[in-house]
Design a protein around this ligand. Structure first.
Ligand code: ZN
Length: 600
């Protein structure tokens, strides 16, 4: 047993999440966490909503609400979506808690003390009417290279050149059309070049990473520049230095505060359990956390923050860059064991876009379809290692032909037949098991090692494929053995043996599929006459801020209960529940209906 941190990317609280988001960070991290718990590890799975920064400020202004009000709204929506998907967070919190502010400031101070945060005067664009930083992508103008008239401040989409907003001809704010002012402004920068050697050494020791992630991360190290970590903005974490702390116009940049959320959420979780030091078992590089492993889950657009910037912050705080230094009061901290990034999901051949309505939000999806139908699709056909297209036709096919006609059919016919003919789990007859019986039982049992190993190595597509092979084998076995033909009194013992074998394999396959399909796994457990929690589920809890701020909802749960990653022998004579279908077959007309919705 070991301590395993499942650190899940923080969804930005400026709107509801769509299925592209949850296929990248959400479902894969939950499959991993559920499996690791079932295999006996001590898992801590944390995340929350990312709530600072310019986009939330801009959107709040447009709606005439405060940024906090906007964040409150979407924090609640997102937490509810993730709960409905059954994502088993130990704590899903948010970045506007006082605990988070304190942890962010502690890291900032530690990095500053060790010399890895340095002040610098730069020329930056601000909005003359608000005095706020205008980020590069909020500035538009004519490209100085090709003359394209809607080039962005950071890049021209026409000629592809990287730009500096000050070079744009006739620059305008995309927020309100005004001409930005370029002023000298003092900001703090993270001195990434001073941490580059330490990062390279760390990357060289990484094992098992997806090669594209490792290659991409190494390339980033070749051209590391100091990176601004403060902004001219009122909405964010204050800068914890004398002369800056009380300035209303300067805040820590959102990307700096959001990655620290993994640590602050772990600390919040520990404080809420009543053992405020418990987080160290997953984080302390010395002492009790030194053998812990940390796995980070995200979409590929976030790799840089997890494989370069977050390790740089942790290393610099721990005193491990070219300027050395001493660890702060949290001690030396663990860097990520592995950065698990997924590729992009597109929708009917197009990029997801809320503004262009190429989107389906999680809550809309779950109003019409079951959570496990979506989880199944993401597991078998998600963007694990390639960009992948979600189409309604493929969703329908996967649901009806594989989930319903494959797994659902096996569950349904074996339990129905046993319930009808025996009412209980039938015993193996005195004649014993045939070679075919034994072979099938062995196939199912062998699945635990194969499927478990694949999930542990983040090959979830292959893992669920192996579990579904067991299902296919069991369906073939039932067709060959044809227990429904064994009607006579003399045949009944053999019928009982076949159904006993089939139900045992249903039980084993159900355990193999539990990390992927936890909702249906619980139902199947009960159909087999099982009691208690098989697949624990998260719940929303309204909590007080630990340090006197406003209260908020968190997602949490008790995951110490539930099935173990092992074959549990079924007891003959155990009563079976009245059979009912576990999965819903979808009508083919949903494809046209959904496409019509997309077309608006
Ligand atoms: Zn251009």
């Amino acid at each position: 047993m070991s301590h395993v941190l499942a650190a899940v990317a923080w969804p930005y609280a400026n709107g509801p999440r769509h299925i592209g988001h949850v296929s990248g960070f959400g479902v894969p991290s939950d499959v991993f966490a559920r499996y690791m718990r079932m295999a006996g590890h001590d898992v801590l799975m944390v995340s929350g909503t990312d709530e600072h920064g310019t986009p939330i400020q801009v959107q709040a202004d447009a709606e005439g609400v405060t940024p906090r009000e906007l964040a409150d709204r979407y924090n609640r929506v997102i937490a509810e979506d993730l709960r409905a998907l059954g994502l088993s967070y130990d704590l899903f919190t948010r970045t506007t808690t006082r605990n988070h502010y304190a942890v962010v400031q502690e890291l900032f101070e530690g990095l500053h003390r060790n010399g890895y945060i340095v002040p610098k005067v730069t020329t930056g664009a601000i909005s003359p009417s608000t005095g706020r930083t205008l980020p590069d992508r909020y500035i538009e103008g004519t490209c100085p290279i090709c003359g394209y008239d809607s080039a962005r401040g950071d890049q021209c989409d026409n000629c592809g050149n990287q730009l500096d907003p000050i070079d744009l001809i006739n620059p305008k704010s995309k927020i309100n059309g005004e001409t930005p002012e370029f002023v000298e402004t003092e900001h703090f920068f993270l001195d990434l070049p001073a941490l580059a050697d330490a990062l390279r050494q760390w990357l060289d020791t990484r094992e098992g990473w997806r090669p594209n992630v490792l290659r991409f991360s190494r390339n980033l190290l070749d051209d590391l520049q100091p990176r601004a970590i403060t902004r001219d903005l009122e909405w964010g974490v204050p800068i914890p230095l004398d002369g800056w702390r009380d300035r209303p116009d300067k805040r820590i940049y959102v990307w700096f505060d959001a990655v620290i959320g993994y640590l602050s959420a772990s600390i919040e979780w520990a404080r809420r359990t009543g053992d405020p030091e418990a987080w160290r078992k997953w984080w302390s590089a010395d002492g009790e956390g030194k053998d812990a492993r940390g796995y980070y889950f995200m979409g590929k657009d976030n790799i840089v923050f997890h494989s370069v910037i977050w390790p740089a912050l942790l290393g610099g705080y721990s005193g491990e860059g070219s300027r050395d230094g001493e660890p702060g009061e949290l001690g030396r901290l663990n860097l990520p064991t592995e950065v698990v990034s997924s590729e992009y999901l597109t929708m009917e051949g197009r990029k997801f876009s809320s503004s262009r309505k190429v989107v389906i939000y999680v809550r809309d999806f779950l109003e019409r379809y079951d959570a496990d139908a979506l989880r199944y699709f993401i597991a078998v056909a998600g963007p694990e290692s390639n960009d992948t297209d979600f189409t309604w036709a493929e969703f329908l096919r996967r649901n009806n032909d594989e989930l319903v006609a494959g797994w659902g059919n096996l569950v349904n016919r074996s339990i129905s037949m046993a319930a009808k003919n025996f009412g209980v789990i039938p015993p193996v007859s005195p004649a014993g098991l045939t070679d075919a019986d034994r072979a099938l039982l062995e196939t199912a049992r062998a699945g635990f090692a194969t499927v478990g190993d694949l999930i542990a190595r983040h090959r979830q597509k292959q893992a669920i494929g192996e579990a579904m092979k067991v299902v296919a084998e069991a369906n073939r076995y039932l067709s060959e053995q044809a227990p429904w033909k064994l009607k006579g009194e003399d045949d009944k013992p053999r019928m009982g043996t076949i159904l006993h074998v089939a139900l045992q394999v249903v039980s084993d396959a159900n355990t193999l599929l539990t990390p992927f399909l936890p909702h249906s796994a619980q139902k199947i457990h009960e159909l087999l006459g099982g009691t208690g929690v098989h697949a624990p589920m998260p719940r929303i809890e309204e909590v007080e801020d630990l340090d006197g701020g406003p209260g908020y909802p968190v997602l949490t749960g008790d995951y110490t209960v539930g099935a173990r990653w092992e074959s549990v022998p079924l007891e003959a004579g155990r009563p079976l529940a009245a059979p009912k279908p576990v999965f819903r077959k979808l009508d083919p007309s949903i494809v046209d209906e959904e496409l019509a919705r997309l077309a608006g």
